[in-house]
Each structure stands twice: as structure tokens, then as C-alpha cells.
Ligand binder design. Structure first.
Ligand SMILES: CC(C)(COP(=O)(O)OP(=O)(O)OC[C@H]1O[C@@H](n2cnc3c(N)ncnc32)[C@H](O)[C@@H]1OP(=O)(O)O)[C@@H](O)C(=O)NCCC(=O)NCCS
Length: 247
């Protein structure tokens, strides 16, 4: 790139392919007090950055906070019983995790448009244990984060419009993965971003959230609402039965 060139985007793949379904024994779930120790071990083992206690406190914060953290839990099937045991099934294992925060992107108000702001999702961590890779787990974590952000953090005045991350410049595997997932890798290398790694630079990967993301979020929300309505319906029916039974 010549010194006059603007910082253009180098690699671009606009539309990621639809995700494959996850194996039925993998569950994507918010990080909770029960999964936090395993989630913390996973992040500490797989990523070269040491995060402070505050980061892990945010992992279990509820959805009123701007931190979003999910883990992938692998539930062992009865066929995977421990040798020598009778009916013992190993405890579920945390095999992957993602943690993000929402960042505001204020848009200056104009006369014709009301005050609006946009938000971006910043991926702080994303990792999957190596024996469990290429099963679609990271894709499911990413898709669920996007859906959650759109569903719970977009409204008439705020919209979640993009998602981005910093990736170590030498992490070809992760850069390739993000491109496959529709992210664009920005040309500029942020030198000195990783003080303890050599080389020290980071590349920014970024994806605008599109119609497909919004439609998927809408469909999932509709399914969720239907499940809640069915549950409420069956509760009120069982309440009626209880009332009748108790005279
Ligand atoms: C990057 C990482 C999270 C991917 O996790 P994963 O669960 O294996 O990813 P998925 O199974 O969802 O996606 C695999 C897909 O990406 C593709 N893929 C994986 N690595 C790729 C690469 N380097 N280039 C292109 N495609 C790649 C696979 O072919 C597969 O494609 P498919 O869905 O068409 O079969 C995982 O490798 C990891 O934890 N790496 C170490 C930690 C890390 O570097 N994190 C990123 C830091 S921000």
C-alpha cells in the first residue's frame, strides 16, 4: 500500500453460509455461577491474555448489564460412561465460550431524524477446546450472541448494527475463521496491541449485521414467545384443574 492510500479493507466475504445444526448434546447457555470456574479455566488456557477478576464478574452479570457471555456445554451421553462404572455419566463439560460487550456508536442528530444511537458488539473472547473444534460450536456461540444483542438491545432509538473483534496478527486460524463467517479483515495492523506477544500487532475484523441476522433474531424470538405462551397456557390449565380438584 502506498503512503497516500486510504486504509482500505483487504479481505471481504459479505454473506456467510447458513450455520449447520449443532449436535443435540451441545447446549449454548449463559455463563452462570456453576459454569464460571470451567469457563474461566478454558479462557485462561486457550487465550494468551490474562483477564482481571472484574472481567469474570461481568461474565455472570445478567442481561441488564451490557456484558454478554455464553458458554457451550457438552453433555456426555450414557455410551460415554466411565470405564468400570455402572451408570456413571461424566459431568457436563464446558467446551467453548464467548464474551462480548456492547459499545455505543453515537450518530449526531439531524433536524429531520430523531436522536438515534447505534451500538456495536465487541467480541472480547472466543475460544473452543481443540477436540471439540469444527463442530460448529464457535459459529453457534457467535450466532447466539448476535441474536441476543439484536433481540434485547435494539429498540426504536438504539440499534445494534455491527460486530467486531481484535485478532492477533499471527493468528491465521482465527483470521481465516472470521473471514469464513462473513467478517472483513481491516488492513491496518495495530502495533503494540499485545504487549506480551511477538509480533505485537492486532488486526480488526468487522461485520455489519444484515437483514439475515435480523430475520433470524425475529424468528427465534417468535419461537421463544410461543414456548412461553404454551408454558403459561399449560400452567393456567393446570391451575384450573387444581382449583376444580380442591373443590
Ligand atoms: C477460532 C475457533 C474459535 C473456531 O472454533 P470452532 O468451534 O472450531 O469453529 P466452527 O466449528 O464454528 O467453525 C468451523 C468452520 O470454520 C472453518 N474454518 C476453521 N478454521 C478456518 C480457517 N483457518 N480458515 C477458513 N475456514 C476455517 C471450518 O472449515 C468450518 O467450516 P464449516 O462450518 O463450513 O464446516 C477455534 O479454532 C479456537 O478456539 N481457536 C483458539 C482461540 C482463538 O484463536 N480464538 C479467537 C481469538 S479472537
Amino acid at each position: 500500500m502506498s503512503p497516500e492510500s486510504p486504509p482500505t479493507l483487504s479481505v471481504c466475504q459479505p454473506t456467510p453460509r447458513p450455520s449447520k445444526p449443532l449436535l443435540p448434546n451441545i447446549e449454548i447457555t449463559p455463563v452462570g455461577p456453576d459454569t464460571l470456574p470451567a469457563y474461566r479455566r478454558l479462557i485462561t488456557t486457550l487465550l494468551p491474555i490474562r483477564y482481571p477478576d472484574k472481567f469474570y464478574k461481568d461474565s455472570v452479570a445478567n442481561t441488564t448489564s451490557s456484558s454478554l457471555a455464553l458458554c457451550a456445554v457438552w453433555r456426555h451421553s450414557p455410551e460415554n460412561r466411565r470405564q468400570g462404572g455402572t451408570e456413571n455419566v461424566p459431568e457436563p463439560t464446558v467446551v467453548g465460550g464467548i464474551q462480548c460487550r456492547l459499545e455505543p456508536l453515537p450518530i449526531p442528530p439531524t433536524e429531520s431524524t430523531p436522536v438515534r444511537s447505534m451500538q456495536t458488539v465487541y467480541i472480547q473472547t472466543l475460544a473452543v477446546l481443540s477436540p471439540y473444534r469444527s463442530l460448529g460450536i464457535a459459529t453457534a456461540l457467535l450466532d447466539t450472541i448476535i441474536t441476543t444483542a439484536i433481540t434485547y438491545y435494539s429498540n426504536t432509538t438504539d440499534n445494534v448494527t455491527e460486530i467486531y473483534a481484535h485478532v492477533w496478527e499471527a493468528n491465521e486460524e482465527a483470521l481465516g475463521w472470521y473471514v469464513k463467517k462473513g467478517f472483513t479483515v481491516e488492513n491496518a495492523v495495530l502495533e503494540g496491541y499485545y504487549r506480551k506477544l511477538r509480533p505485537t500487532g492486532a488486526r480488526v475484523v468487522r461485520r455489519r449485521l444484515g437483514v439475515g441476522d435480523w430475520l433470524r433474531a425475529r424468528d427465534l424470538k417468535a419461537d421463544e414467545d410461543m414456548e412461553i405462551n404454551e408454558a403459561v397456557g399449560s400452567t393456567s390449565i393446570s391451575n384450573e384443574i387444581d382449583k376444580k380438584a380442591n373443590g
